[in-house]
Design a protein around this ligand. Structure first.
Ligand code: UFG
Length: 343
């Protein structure tokens, strides 16, 4: 099947990374078909994908764990592959509600794999996270670093990775790409789709942009006593459209191969919290008031990727810089001050 016609099942396709990946898939000539239960996403994202690309992805509103519904979806399409985003991602909540995290992420993935296997779909891209490395000591982090998560969310991703390893070993027909994301930020440059966290944002970028727009009074910086150049936490922020294009590159590789590969998706560049504040102030022209408070429990000082394997294996390299990440986050925030709601 040529990529012009290939239908790709995208679970969680209305979510933050999923919606951007649908845009990248359409632009690469694929036909994404979305399965989403809107538990942490908004139906408007689908119309916005259409506004950007001119193509409205078909939607099946159901849960990946509903095997009857999934059977029905698989019967209605001829999928060349699946990209699996659906799951929960809140680290704090995974600590307070571990069973819910494992049910959604591990049981949900197992059900999906069962449905795919029955349907004869043997190509899969899995949304994993750099969180599987836990508090890695060696920087940059390469894929050979030990998998040692430090919270239930990270364990849930590592467990699914293990399940996929075992599946690939037992069933040589399968071709699986595991993508370990560093810190996805930014939005599509049109400002049509972007990150829309529910309630108070946990992550730095959405918090900073909500301070810039006046929705929140000031940012709290979690610690300035780390062993980093300015004492604040250093992370590898990657533009979500780069990440989306990384999925397309991984999909193309996985359509041509068998077995399993696991790659980092990051830029290889670390930025501190204070650098992000400064860059965001410069691009938005707004001041970002902040106060330094204690470290956030569970945080590490520094985390950034060795991105060389993605380049060698997939020919993928992130293209967009920090200024672009700030500009696109700010554009999305200005066009959608309360996210997808109230439109
Ligand atoms: N930070 C603040 N104030 C905030 C939010 C964050 O100072 O209000 C700091 C953090 O301490 C950290 C940096 O900004 O130094 C980035 O924090 P994020 O919460 O944006 O990102 P994390 O690196 O903590 O988390 C990300 C993903 C998680 C994943 C984790 C580990 O969001 O899903 O990486 O890989 F589990």
């Amino acid at each position: 099947m040529s990529s012009e016609t290939a239908q790709i099942l995208v679970t969680g396709g209305a979510g933050y990374i999923g919606s951007h990946t649908c845009v990248a898939l359409i632009q690469a000539g694929f036909t994404p078909v979305i399965v989403d239960n809107f538990s942490n996403s908004h139906p408007l994202a689908i119309a916005r994908i259409e506004a950007i690309t001119g193509i409205r992805p078909q939607l099946h509103e159901c849960d990946i764990a509903d095997e009857d519904a999934m059977r029905q979806v698989l019967r209605n399409h001829e999928f060349a592959a699946a990209i699996h985003f659906a799951g929960v991602k809140a680290v704090g909540r995974s600590v307070s509600e571990p069973l819910e995290t494992y049910r959604q992420n591990v049981t949900g993935s197992l059900s999906l794999l069962q449905s795919l296997n029955e349907g004869g779909i043997t190509r899969l891209i899995f949304s994993s996270s750099a969180t599987v490395y836990g508090g890695a000591e060696q920087m940059p982090i390469s894929e050979t670093a030990r998998v040692q998560p430090t919270n239930p969310y990270g364990h849930s991703k590592a467990m699914v990775e293990q399940i996929l390893h075992d599946l690939a070993a037992a069933e040589p027909d399968w071709g699986i790409g595991v993508l370990r994301y560093f810190n996805p930020v930014g939005a599509h440059k049109s400002g049509e789709i972007g990150e829309d966290p529910q309630g108070i944002p946990d992550n730095l970028f959405p918090y900073v942009s909500q301070v810039a727009i006046g929705r929140r009074e000031k940012l709290q910086v979690f610690g300035n006593d780390y062993n980093t150049p300015d004492g604040t936490g250093v992370r590898d922020y990657i533009h979500v459209m780069d990440l989306a294009e990384g999925h397309v590159a991984a999909l193309q590789a996985c359509l041509q191969s068998q077995g399993l590969f696991a790659v980092n998706l990051g830029t290889g560049q670390g930025s501190s919290v204070l650098e992000i504040i400064k860059a965001f102030e410069q691009t938005s022209g707004q001041s970002i008031p902040f106060e330094i408070i204690a470290r956030r429990p569970g945080d590490v000082g520094t985390s950034f990727a060795d991105p060389s394997k993605a380049k060698e294996l997939l020919g993928f390299e992130a293209q967009r810089d920090l200024t672009q990440m700030c500009q696109d986050s700010w554009n999305w925030q200005q066009r959608n001050p309360t996210g997808y709601s109230n439109h």
